[in-house]
Ligand binder design. Structure first.
Ligand code: KG4
Ligand code: ZN
Length: 357
């Protein structure tokens, strides 16, 4: 195999059309993300059909722009990687078809990337960390605690029984009248809270699953409690001070829940593995209160805390290209008739049992 290797990564599994070019020395040559937020905002969530059409409208322009940013041509590419699941199937198919077409036209290997694996491998792109490591993956669609043992080998320690954490942020935000996606708005409002202790006492919230065996999550009880608090406030538009207090109480409870579950996972991890790193990834990893709680937990448990930069925590093409590099350099690629997978758990042993993959 010739070095250096450059891989084109395409991400279209949700509402971001993203394209990147990454070199195997971990240099990101181009990394473009086109958010479809405006197109979905009015609906309060991602509309799959709109997302797929928007990917189709923008993907080829974005690929051309990425090549131009990196000052290279298709001739310089060594492989094409595209998200092939899990995700919204229409969008995934748009990205895969574009990737396969380039691979076929240029006679290049095509690598079908698991979106979750791409989140999981991001700290190897950003921080060059060694296997094994512990990952908390928290996004709009996923809440999982995993051990990354090697490329393609993951062990799931915990998952959610109902909502994903990002979804819980988004739904709670909606209850308070905040726009979609709610996570960043809840964080902004929580930062305006004048007295965190008072807010936490004023709006008591449950910590479902806390203290229980295992490392699984549940967020539906938290969401229900948020609804009840909102219903108990004066009707009509909420007072910004009330929103700030409730957002603050919510963020703290989320941090408490995640810390409890992850504390157990760390104990499990340390018993079975020699690794030292705790990685957080996915869109919710942008939350600074959560990050601070995870950093404290890592310090207490003598783990090294690794949090990729925010633009590489949320959906992006660089993580897809990097996963392509990791697989290509161990000789893995996929046939051009490989199908998209709306569900694709990282730990194959949970495929038939988990509702949240
Ligand atoms: O990974 P991501 O960009 O997309 C996928 O879901 O795959 O994650 C998006 C999720 C949304 O639910 C959004 O509300 C949440 O991440 N999010 C945040 C923050 N920024 C994004 N949640 C809490 N605090 C934030 N600062
Ligand atoms: Zn994601």
């Amino acid at each position: 195999m010739l070095f250096p290797m450059i891989v084109l990564g395409i991400e279209t599994s949700c509402d971001e059309t993203a394209v990147a070019l990454v070199r195997d020395d971990r240099t990101i040559l181009a990394n473009l993300v086109l958010s479809q937020l405006k197109e979905h905002e009015a609906f309060g969530g991602v509309v799959p059909e709109i997302a797929a059409r928007a990917h189709l409208d923008h993907l080829d322009t974005l690929i051309t722009a990425a090549l131009s940013d990196a000052d290279i041509t298709f001739d310089d590419l060594d492989a094409i990687a595209a998200t092939s699941g899990p995700g919204l199937i229409g969008g995934v198919m748009v990205g895969m078809m574009a990737g396969k077409a380039i691979a076929a036209a240029r006679d290049l290997p095509f690598i079908a990337v698991n979106h979750l694996e791409a989140h999981a491998l991001t700290p190897r792109l950003t921080d060059n960390i060694d296997f094994p490591y512990l990952i908390l993956l928290v996004s709009g669609g996923h809440t999982q605690i995993l051990v990354a043992e090697d490329v393609g080998i993951y062990k799931q320690l915990g998952t959610t029984h109902d909502d994903a954490l990002g979804e819980c942020f988004d739904k709670s935000a909606k209850l308070m009248g905040l726009p979609y996606p709610g996570g960043p708005h809840v964080e902004k409002m929580a930062a305006l809270c004048k007295d965190a202790e008072k807010a936490i006492a004023r709006f008591p919230l449950p910590a479902p699953m806390a203290g229980r065996e295992g490392c699984d999550f549940s967020f539906s009880g938290l969401k229900t409690a948020m609804r009840q608090h909102v219903e108990n406030l004066p009707a009509g538009d909420l007072d910004p001070e009330d929103i700030a207090d409730l957002s603050c109480a919510f963020e703290h409870k989320v941090s408490e829940i995640v810390t409890d579950r992850l504390g157990r996972a760390i104990t499990d991890f340390k018993q079975k593995y020699a690794g030292k790193s705790l990685v957080v990834s996915g869109g919710v990893a942008a939350n600074l209160t959560l990050r601070a709680a995870l950093k404290t937990l890592s310090n207490q448990q003598d783990m090294e805390f690794v949090a990729p930069p925010l633009n590489l925590c949320s959906d992006n093409g660089a993580m897809i290209a990097w996963t392509g590099i990791e697989k290509h350099r161990i000789g893995q690629s996929d046939p051009l008739d490989i199908a998209a997978r709306p569900r694709w758990p990282l730990d194959q042993s949970v495929e038939k049992t988990s509702a949240q993959i």
